[in-house]
Ligand binder design. Structure first.
Ligand SMILES: Nc1ncnc2c1ncn2[C@@H]1O[C@H](COP(=O)(O)OP(=O)(O)OP(=O)(O)O)[C@@H](O)[C@H]1O
Ligand SMILES: [Mg+2]
Length: 489
């Protein structure tokens, strides 16, 4: 390589050496080098010497370029000699005994000291630190994105600017439906205005807010959330946004509710057993006496009235029977049965009734379920109770009842879903209470679900109800899968 090949012909070329003192380049925050066509460094500013190597002047710049960037370096150096300029290209330098420097290179051809040939002045902007922060941010962003907790970021004005996929899953809204919205899009309306004002007051002052709230997902279901809102504060101390971290505690809440319910049921159960016993015995005496008198009298008036008395006694007897059913009947025999068979029997008993005329029954059965240990008649009774409730809930002249069976590792399930009027949120806690009914006098005693609950609990299972007003109700009955050989006692 000779200097002549690079002879300067362009008059406008920067003639740095002849016009300015290169020491002025020490004022530059960038690393500055001047190189010969053979890459020998003839000048380096102070920061370049400090960051790269104290022996950099006289050395070869290319030898500092990391291996993977050598071809890039060769290319841009050649282009610069030919065209005069090449800018904004990222390469890496390896200073001896130090960390790699990531730099953005700007190369300009200039007249060499002799005025005859060309050199290149190179400004290198050190972006190592910036890249590191970017990586950290990226890692941080990934952590948030893939976190299992639903996370949401709002701007200072409280509009959603980010949600992670866990958030989309938890609330059933897509990212696009959420960005730009107020977080109250998932509000349940269960908390007062005052409540939210307090939350806002605390977070806008820069303090973290922690608490339990109730949200509502897109389907309208309530979701219990443990929420932490932390203000995002910029280096100047200004609140620029808020990070909301959610934990779905719906399941935990349901379990607590179940526990409370089962304790309540136990108390009522004891009471019921007592009543059934105390009322049942005298009732049997009354009933037999009535029959004796009916048979022995010729008085038609008395006979008629006694018939009425008998009907009333039957009504009481039915309730007593249900109370007995609830309070753990020991005289019924548990058998191994097929859940699907029980479901079909219950369906066949209910589907031809008057109420079922306009209702379409759908059966979605999973075959080959493991057998369950139950009192068959009682289990059928439970299904009948729930199907009749579903029929009662369908008020229009068309509706669908879907009965589904399935299993997982621990349980078999029967899910009975209707498209009826649904149950109001405030009522759902009460429907398992004895004598709670919304039906007209004579049409419901309010014992159906209570009795069903008692029966299923006796089998070691559970009943849960999900309902959306005006859309329908889903009742899920779970029964444990037991080992047959260890359980046949
Ligand atoms: N599928 C359902 N859809 C809407 N509401 C329901 C449904 N199932 C139960 N309910 C509500 O729960 C209440 C209690 O049900 P439950 O079966 O215990 O008693 P009932 O049906 O009123 O009377 P009974 O079953 O003793 O004849 C009902 O009155 C009704 O308000
Ligand atoms: Mg009922």
């Amino acid at each position: 390589m000779t200097r002549n090949t690079n002879k300067v012909t362009d008059d406008s070329e920067v003639s740095l050496y002849t016009t300015v003192n290169p020491d002025i380049l020490d004022a530059s925050p960038d690393l500055v080098f001047i190189i010969e066509p053979d890459d020998t460094i003839t000048y380096a500013n102070k920061i370049a010497v400090r960051k790269l190597d104290s022996k950099v002047v006289g050395a070869n710049l290319r030898s500092y370029i990391t291996g993977e960037f050598e071809p890039v370096y060769d290319k841009v150096r050649n282009i610069t000699f030919k065209n005069g300029y090449y800018g904004d290209v990222e390469m890496q330098l390896q200073p001896p005994g130090k960390n790699i420097i990531i730099g953005v290179f700007y190369l300009t051809r200039i007249a060499a000291r002799d005025g005859e040939s060309s050199s290149i002045i190179i400004f290198i902007r050190d972006i190592t630190e910036q890249r590191r922060t970017e990586m950290q941010l990226l890692r941080f962003a990934n952590a948030i994105h893939y976190a299992v907790n639903p996370l949401q970021i709002t701007d200072a004005g409280g509009k959603i600017i980010y949600v992670n996929p866990a958030y989309e899953r938890a609330f059933g809204f897509s990212k696009d439906e959420l960005i730009g919205q107020d977080p109250n899009i998932v509000s349940s309306g269960k908390h007062s205005k005052r409540f939210w004002q307090n939350v806002w007051q605390s977070i806008s002052q820069g303090t973290i807010w922690k608490g339990e709230i109730v949200n509502r997902n897109k389907k309208g279901e309530l979701i219990y959330i443990e929420l932490i809102i932390s203000p995002i504060i910029d280096p100047s101390g200004r609140v620029v946004g808020y990070l909301g971290s959610h934990r779905d505690i719906t399941e935990k809440r349901h379990l607590e509710e179940q526990l409370i319910r089962s304790q309540k049921m136990e108390n009522i159960g004891t009471l019921a057993a007592g009543i059934a016993h105390e009322v049942g015995n005298p009732l049997t005496s009354i009933s037999s006496l009535v029959q004796v008198i009916q048979r022995t009298t010729d008085d038609t008036f008395a006979k008629d009235k006694l018939e009425l008395v008998k009907n009333q006694i039957n009504r009481i007897a039915k309730i007593i029977r249900e109370l007995v059913d609830f309070s753990r009947p020991s005289h019924y025999e548990e058998k191994w049965v097929d859940l699907n068979k029980m479901i079909k029997e219950a369906m066949n008993i209910t589907r031809y009734g008057r109420k079922a005329r306009h209702v379409n029954f759908k059966l979605e059965i999973q075959e080959n379920l493991p057998p369950i240990l139950v009192v068959p008649d009682q289990l059928i009774q439970v299904f009948i109770n729930i199907i009749i409730n579903a029929l009662d809930a369908i008020e229009s002249d068309s509706g669908v009842i879907t009965i589904e069976s399935r299993r997982d590792a621990k349980n078999v399930y029967c899910v009975i879903k209707d498209t009826g009027k649904g149950i109001h949120e405030d009522e759902i806690d009460k429907i398992f209470d004895p004598f709670y009914t919304t039906k007209k006098v004579g049409q419901g005693t309010g014992l159906g679900l209570w009795v069903s609950y008692g029966i299923i609990k006796n089998f070691g299972g559970n009943i849960s109800v999900d309902s959306v007003l005006k859309r329908g109700t889903t009742v899920t009955i779970s029964l444990p899968i037991k080992q047959r050989d260890t359980e046949t006692s």
